[in-house]
Design a protein around this ligand. Sequence first.
Ligand code: GLY
Ligand code: MN
Ligand code: MN
Length: 450
Amino acid sequence: MDGIQAEYRQRREQLMAKLGGSTGIFRSAPMAVMHNDVEYNFRQDSDFFYLTGFNEPEAVVVLAPHHEEHQFILFVRPKDSEQETWTGYRVGVEAAQAEYGADVAYPITELEEQLPQYLKAADAIYYHLGRDRDFNQQILTLWQRLVAEIAKAGIGPTALIDPSVLLHPQRLIKSETELMRMRQAIAITAEAHNLARELATPGRYEYEIQAEMERLFRLRGGLGPAYPSIVASGANACILHYTDNTRQMQAGDLLLIDAGCSYDYYNADITRTFPISSRFSDPQRALYELVLEAQTQAIAQVKPGNPYHTIHDAAVRVITTGLVDLGLLHGEVDTLIEEEQYKPFYMHRTGHWLGLDVHDVGAYKQDAETWQPLQAGQVLTVEPGIYISPDIQLPEEQPPVPEYWRGIGIRIEDDVLVTTTGSEVLTQAVPKAVAEMEQAPSPLVSGHRS
Ligand code: GLY
Ligand code: MN
Ligand code: MN
């Protein structure tokens, strides 16, 4: 078994130690329809991929640590030369066993027949009710049958539990292999952001910048964008999920780009905001400096043991204090924070876990009151912003927002690894200091054209 397969096996063993006398069932992602009978490119379910590296639809993994004969069972599509001519290569049953390390592999058509033997002596079934309703129904029907047999059998699964409680804490801590893939996704994304600063000039369209960035994502071996790229000039930057990317950029605009590449299923998520005419206006610079300071203070909170919420709290305090200093909010900072009066300007949280999913899995809280303490190996984004939409609505007690502030939207987003001693900003290759944002990188230095 080669290195990466050994790692998948180690992940399964880690999970099986927690499953104990129970059985886990994981379903591959369904094919998603684009329109009529045309489908999107297949993208494996992240839990399924994390446990196997197996990249096909219509597959099921069963983990049954208590079973005498088989602990890792794979159900896959059988080889079918006619089907493969249309939709591509299939690993098939034999290779699924040989190459993916399964104790046994079956054709997916035998699921109904084979599955009960791995469930009937289990204490519980760990299964996530997913998007495939027919499959959900199949599991529920089987479970119902096994429950009915418990009285006579004296054994059987009395609970159906979502596996995220066991698996997602594990996914939250990234291995060296995972970090390597994330670093690669980030390196490609950094190159694309630096190219974008070079290309963004008045008169060009947002989609031109999007196209050049996404071209690089593929050119460098990435799977493509990790999420719909946001290339938002002028007031479009105040729309958090603006993805039309159709506007022609004007002199004096800021351009907010939130774009990331997916590489080997791992994702980067980077945002930069910069003036396309090389200089910030005074209001733009004041707000940019404020967001940058909020981000700096928030990143300073990323260290093992610090509760997750301290990152957001730091950003909110800097932003609220700054908005008061700039005359955009009136009042006492603590009260404004308590009453969330900053929210018309800063309405989202300061980040999220990052990994196989862009908004990666894993709990932010231990219980209703307690935030998770950060741990080495976690990767998260830190992405404060200020958005002053042209028609911003403030509570009555607040002063009207002067026209020259309106239509400015700024976000700065980095990807940060929690280390044993503090943090490492993985996205440092994309500049963010004021002076650097006012200076387009030289094509000679950045040298992207290949
Ligand atoms: N690009 C998605 C996010 O920043 O959360
Ligand atoms: Mn993000
Ligand atoms: Mn983002």
